[in-house]
Design a protein around this ligand. Structure first.
Ligand SMILES: Cc1cc2nc3c(=O)[nH]c(=O)nc-3n(C[C@H](O)[C@H](O)[C@H](O)COP(=O)(O)OP(=O)(O)OC[C@H]3O[C@@H](n4cnc5c(N)ncnc54)[C@H](O)[C@@H]3O)c2cc1C
Length: 371
C-alpha cells in the first residue's frame, strides 16, 4: 500500500489527524471533495476581507492543551464575540446583561433589574407548557417579546406557543455590564483567516482536492492501511438505513462599496418580520484591517436564513433528538465493524462539535493509534 493513512476530509479533524500522523513518520494522503481545504472553517479572501464561507466561526475554548495546539499554527487576535440585537431598529446588547436591561427598562442597578425580571416572571404560574411560557418564566415578557420570540420562531419555522418548553432550558441572565458572549478562557480569530491556519497544519502533506471518496471507495481503500473518514456517516453506508437529519442555514453574501455597514461582526434581527436571523459583517472579526494594519475600504456582509434541510443540502447542525440519535446508533454499529476505517469529526460522529472539541477529539484519536 502506498500510504499508512488516507484521510477523507481536509477539515479541522482531518487536518489535525494528518499533521500528527505525518509528524510521527507516517505516510499520509488527504483528499477532499471540495475545491479547497479547511472544511467548514474555510475563509475566502474577498478584497482583503476573510469571508467565513460556511458561517461565522469564533474560536473559544477552556482547554489549554487545545489552545496551545491551535496557536502553533496561527496567531489569534483578541476578538470577543459581542453580538447586538436589532428589534425593529432598537438596538440591544447580547447576551442579556445590564446594558440590555438598562436599554429595555431604564434600570440602573442590578437590584432594579432583578426586581423587574422577578415581577414579569410572575405572569407564569405552574409548569410552563410551551416555549413561550418557559421563556417568560425565565426572563419576563419584555425580553421575551423583543429579543427571543421572533428570532426563535424564525429559527424553528414555528410559533413559540407550538414549540416544546424543553428547547430553552436556561436563558443566561447577567447582572453585570458584560457583553462577552462566550465565557471562555481563550477566544479569538486566527490572524489571516482560518484557511491560512489550516494551510499551516497541512504544510508538506500530500493533498488531492475535488476528489469524492464515495465515487470509488474500493480504489481509495486500497491506497492505505487505514482510512480516516470525516464525511457524513450515513453517506458512507449509502444511506441504507435512511437519512440522518440536519438543521440548515442559507447565506446570502454581498460585497458593499462602503467601509462600514453595521459596525459589528454580528447583528441578530429579533423581530419576526425581517426574514433573516442575523447579518455577519466579516471584516469586524479582524477589526476592519488588512494584514498590514490598513483600513479596508469595502465590506462583505452575509445574511443568514434558517432553512429546512433536505437530502442533498449542505449538512450543517446535527439534530439532537431521539429519532436521529437512534438512527445514528444503528450506523455506529455498522461503523464499528469497519476495522480499517476510523470515523471522526462532526459528520463522521454526527455530533455537534465546536472547533476546539473537534481538535481535542482528533488529538485523542490519533494518540490512540500505534504511531
Ligand atoms: C454555521 C456554523 C457555524 C459554526 N460556528 C462555530 C463557532 O463559532 N465556533 C466553533 O468553535 N465552532 C463552530 N462551528 C463548528 C465547526 O464548524 C466544526 O467544529 C468544525 O468545522 C468541524 O470540523 P470537521 O473536520 O469535523 O468537519 P468539516 O469541517 O465539515 O470537514 C469535513 C470535510 O470532509 C469533506 N468530505 C465529506 N465527504 C467527503 C467525501 N465523500 N470525499 C471527500 N471529502 C469529503 C468535506 O468536504 C469537508 O471538507 C460552526 C459550524 C457551523 C455549521
Amino acid at each position: 500500500m502506498k500510504y499508512d493513512y488516507l484521510i477523507v476530509g481536509a477539515g479541522l479533524y482531518g487536518s489535525v489527524f494528518a499533521r500528527e500522523a505525518v509528524d510521527a513518520g507516517k505516510k499520509v494522503l488527504v483528499i477532499d471533495k471540495r475545491n479547497h481545504i479547511a472544511g467548514n472553517v474555510f475563509t475566502e479572501d474577498v478584497e482583503g476581507i476573510h469571508v467565513h464561507k460556511y458561517g461565522a466561526h469564533i474560536f473559544h475554548t477552556n482547554n489549554t492543551k487545545v489552545w496551545n495546539y491551535a496557536t502553533r499554527f496561527a496567531t489569534f487576535n483578541r476578538f470577543t464575540n459581542s453580538p447586538v440585537a436589532n428589534y425593529k431598529g432598537e438596538l440591544y446588547s447580547l447576551p442579556f446583561n445590564m446594558y440590555t436591561f438598562n436599554k429595555m427598562w431604564g434600570v440602573v442597578t442590578p437590584e432594579e433589574a432583578e426586581a423587574k425580571i422577578a415581577e414579569q416572571r410572575k405572569e407564569i404560574t405552574g409548569e410552563p407548557s410551551n416555549l413561550e411560557e418557559q421563556a417568560i418564566s425565565l426572563i419576563g415578557r419584555d425580553v421575551y417579546e423583543k429579543l427571543v420570540k421572533g428570532y426563535t420562531e424564525k429559527q424553528w419555522g414555528r410559533d413559540c406557543k407550538e414549540l416544546p418548553a424543553f428547547i430553552i432550558k436556561r436563558l443566561p441572565v447577567r447582572l453585570t455590564f458584560d457583553n462577552n458572549y462566550f465565557n471562555a478562557l481563550y477566544q479569538g480569530i486566527p490572524v489571516g483567516g482560518y484557511t491560512k491556519m489550516v494551510e499551516k497544519m497541512l504544510e508538506g502533506i500530500e493533498i488531492k482536492l475535488n476528489v469524492d471518496y464515495m465515487q470509488d471507495q474500493a480504489f481509495w481503500n486500497d491506497q492505505a492501511e487505514k482510512v480516516v473518514y470525516t464525511g457524513p456517516i450515513d453517506a458512507f453506508f449509502d444511506y441504507k438505513l435512511g437519512y440522518l437529519e440536519y438543521r440548515s442555514v442559507r447565506f446570502e453574501t454581498e460585497l458593499l462599496d462602503k467601509p462600514n455597514f453595521q459596525g459589528n461582526a454580528a447583528v441578530n434581527y429579533t423581530d419576526r418580520e425581517t426574514p433573516w436571523t442575523r447579518i455577519i459583517e466579516h471584516k469586524w472579526f479582524e477589526f476592519g484591517k488588512d494584514e498590514s494594519g490598513n483600513d479596508l475600504p469595502k465590506t462583505v456582509i452575509s445574511r443568514e436564513f434558517s432553512s429546512e434541510w433536505k437530502p442533498g443540502d449542505e449538512p450543517y447542525y446535527p439534530v439532537n433528538d431521539a429519532k436521529n440519535a437512534s438512527l445514528y446508533a444503528k450506523y455506529k454499529e455498522l461503523a464499528d465493524k469497519e476495522e480499517k476505517v476510523i470515523f471522526g469529526g462532526r459528520l463522521g460522529e454526527y455530533k455537534y462539535y465546536d472547533m476546539d472539541q473537534v481538535i481535542a477529539a482528533a488529538l485523542e484519536k490519533v494518540n490512540e493509534q500505534t504511531l
